[in-house]
Write a protein that binds this ligand. Structure first.
Ligand SMILES: [Cu+2]
Length: 115
């Protein structure tokens, strides 16, 4: 899957439960991105947010399962997460102070179903 300004693009939108390995590339072109795995029944656009627009990972109705920390354009990261069946949202929750820009609000959010 890939991260870019501004989208999270999964290779598959449904995966099998258990150990799920994410191979993530940051296609930039300019920004560092991260991948946060959130278990939730909320729509990707309806996650609880902080005043600056980023997602409140401690907020109501969501459970942050884990994340691949911010990494630069042109690089890749691989990490596995143990996921049970359910609905998930994958986001980049970077907030760029200099540009007062929330990557989540710009569109870096997508659903994932685990069966
Ligand atoms: Cu981002």
């Amino acid at each position: 899957m890939s991260l870019q300004e501004f989208a999270v693009i999964p290779s598959e939108d449904t995966v099998e439960k258990g150990k799920v390995t994410f191979n993530v590339s940051n296609k930039g072109p300019e920004d560092d991105h991260e991948l946060v795995v959130i278990k939730t029944d909320l729509s990707p656009v309806d996650l609880p947010t902080n005043p600056n627009g980023s997602v409140n990972e401690e907020g109501q109705g969501i459970e942050a399962i884990g994340e691949i920390a911010e990494f630069p354009p042109g690089e890749e990261r691989t990490q596995a997460f143990d996921l049970e069946s359910g609905s998930y949202v994958l986001i980049c929750n970077v907030y760029d102070e200099a540009e007062t820009e929330s990557h989540y609000q710009e569109g870096m959010r997508v659903s994932l179903t685990v069966e």
